[in-house]
Design a protein around this ligand. Sequence first.
Ligand SMILES: C[S@@+](CC[C@H](N)C(=O)[O-])C[C@H]1O[C@@H](n2cnc3c(N)ncnc32)[C@H](O)[C@@H]1O
Ligand code: SF4
Length: 381
Amino acid sequence: MASDTDALQLSRGTIGPIRHIYVHIPFCARICPYCAFYKDLLDRSQTQRFCQAILDDLGRQRENFAISPETIFFGGGTPTALTTSQLEFLLEGFHQQLDLSSLEEWTIEANPGSVSARKAAVLHKLGVNRISLGVQSWDNKLLKVLGREHSAEQAEQSFHDLRAAGFFNINVDLMFGLPGQTIENWRSTLEKTIALQPDHVSAYCLTYEEDTEFFLRHARGEFRQDADADAVFFEITMSLLEDAGYEHYEISNYARPGFSSVHNRAYWMGKDYLGIGPSAFSTVGMQRWQNVCDYRAYSDRVISGRSPIGSTENLTNEMKRTERIALSLRTSDGVSASELKAFAQETNECIALGLLREANGNFVLTRKGKELADSVAEAFL
Ligand SMILES: C[S@@+](CC[C@H](N)C(=O)[O-])C[C@H]1O[C@@H](n2cnc3c(N)ncnc32)[C@H](O)[C@@H]1O
Ligand code: SF4
């Protein structure tokens, strides 16, 4: 385990410009009992120092790499948990430090509980052009089960505030397979979403992640997972969203034509990206590293001029290829035939089982294959 980017022996000379940046903002006003992302309860006494650390880290990365971003993604946690002036400070810092002339997409994850008309206007003014809004459900009872800090009415108001601020690319995050959720309930959540006409919808099947309260409740038998019901939820999602004109371009992602996420597509294609902030991963060339998963330690390290990297990993061509196959298999473009050359038997088996089909020289999942995407990917690992 190395401790510094310098030890990674990367140099501007050997690596092309970094085109994709992820920034992790870990604060949340309330911790949701199903969430396993690195996050911490919002502590306003820490946030300004944290924002300074992010900008210092970015400055340090500029010494290591040429950075000319096409996409920037502020995720979390909840980036909008920061105050409007802290977001302004951060975004202005990015403008000062980076050449943003090639920037195509700048996304910020937003929680309906922390979006205001003023905050939305400032984000828009500073160049953010895509918002990912964590709605999850339009049912207040289910929002309560999920421990969300907002109501369905607040989520709808946030959506309208974002549109009014000039955002023409809004993603709505939804979850299905929730405890107590019926098929009818999910259908009306989808219908309500479609009526609002977001440009993009991410629909995730609830995962009982280890180290979460939901995981314990599931282990105690309070919550049950029903694979058959999940398959029906997924089937309805595909049907309703496709009928409404959304392209199903990745297992959990649907977009109006021209609105697929450039940033996420870059990940799925195995492109290099730089991660800033606690817990953020970076992958550049044959190296992958992760920053420490503790925002206080991250800020202390960066502000005192030390590296925030917690661990590093050397990738092999084989590892990169396997990852590329697993990720691109989930997309509507599928995997190129040349990539699957070494897996002729597995490919033929999946075709015979009706899980894969050939399209334009690529192998793509069939509808049945999409329902079993994880198992299909495993066949190629
Ligand atoms: C990084 S999270 C956070 C966004 C923002 N903090 C929020 O909650 O509104 C991105 C999305 O992942 C999804 N997600 C989080 N935990 C999940 C889980 N255990 N299973 C399925 N989806 C999950 C939710 O839809 C969430 O909006
Ligand atoms: S789902 Fe979002 S708001 Fe909830 S704890 Fe996770 S990151 Fe925070």
